[in-house]
Design a protein around this ligand. Structure first.
Ligand SMILES: N[C@@H]1[C@@H](O)[C@H](O)[C@@H](COP(=O)(O)O)O[C@@H]1O
Length: 261
């Protein structure tokens, strides 16, 4: 696991965008994994600037989403497929039909989960998966207690996650769906490169457990320790509980230029 600590959220976004730019330069038909939440928004804005400046094109890329609420109407602004449309698809040159998510509106949710796993497999798997992290340590919507081997399935959101996400529903926790479909931790670990971003002191505890805690279903992000290619990009407040912060800073400063992310 490489942990990169920078000063600002803008720098976090630039580093993560660099990883995507390098991948797409080498493989224009890359399969990206995109995440919702506030954390990746700066990355999408940075990618959009690079596309507008002509230095990057995602026209040949495909993308898979991590998760989706169950039961929101198709036109609900907080349905994650609509969120990712506004935050990412509309800002870059990726084809709208090249972006897929689990179907939280399906009458057959188990079937929708199986179909989503199959779609990812049919695309050859995900090259680079962007991730944020919840304050309770969840990745995608894998709440504490999730199997580290889980695949795409229905989950019940914790009170803490619904309270955190109520800000997207005019502060009304009761409007936040109780259920979601989410890639499992096993699904996420199948991606070839994981890039997790976090900013702010409210993420420091979850980041501490992810990087330095024991691997445990109680802190789902800690499963990333099992993956051979993980890049964690943090601002200083998010890194503030890391015992190894000094070492990570020295390592990044001394990083060989040829190494890439
Ligand atoms: N399902 C998403 C996660 O993928 C995301 O990582 C998390 C953190 O969101 P934020 O980046 O807004 O703190 O929120 C949601 O619960």
């Amino acid at each position: 696991m490489e942990v990169i600590i920078v000063d600002t959220a803008d720098e976090v976004a630039r580093v993560a965008a660099d990883a995507i730019s390098a991948l797409v330069a080498a493989r224009p038909d890359a399969v990206l994994g995109v995440a919702t939440g506030s954390s990746p928004e700066g990355i999408y804005d940075e990618l959009s600037r690079r596309v507008a400046a002509g230095g990057l094109s995602l026209a040949g890329a495909r993308a898979f989403m991590l998760d989706e609420y169950v039961g929101l109407p198709a036109d609900h602004p907080e349905r994650y497929r609509n969120v990712i449309q506004r935050a990412f698809v509309d800002k870059v040159d990726i084809a709208a039909d090249a972006v897929a998510g689990p179907d939280g509106g399906s009458d057959d949710l188990a079937g929708a989960c199986a179909a989503y796993e199959q779609a990812i497999a049919d695309a050859g798997g995900i090259d680079l998966q962007l991730l944020g992290i919840g304050t309770d340590g969840h990745i995608a919507f894998n709440e504490p207690g999730s199997s580290l081997a889980s695949r795409t399935r229905i989950k019940t959101l914790t009170h803490q996650t619904r309270a955190d996400n109520a800000r997207f529903f005019d502060g009304r926790i009761d409007d936040v769906p109780q259920h979601c479909l989410t890639q499992g931790i096993g699904t996420i670990l199948d991606a070839r490169h994981l890039v997790l971003v976090a900013t702010g002191r409210h993420k420091a505890e979850a980041i501490h457990h992810l990087v330095e805690g024991p691997v445990s279903a109680m802190w789902p992000g800690s499963a990333l320790q099992l993956h051979p290619h993980v890049t964690v990009v943090l601002d200083s407040p998010a890194a503030s509980r890391l015992q190894l912060a000094g070492y990570f800073t020295e390592t990044y400063a001394a990083k060989p230029a040829w190494q890439g992310l």
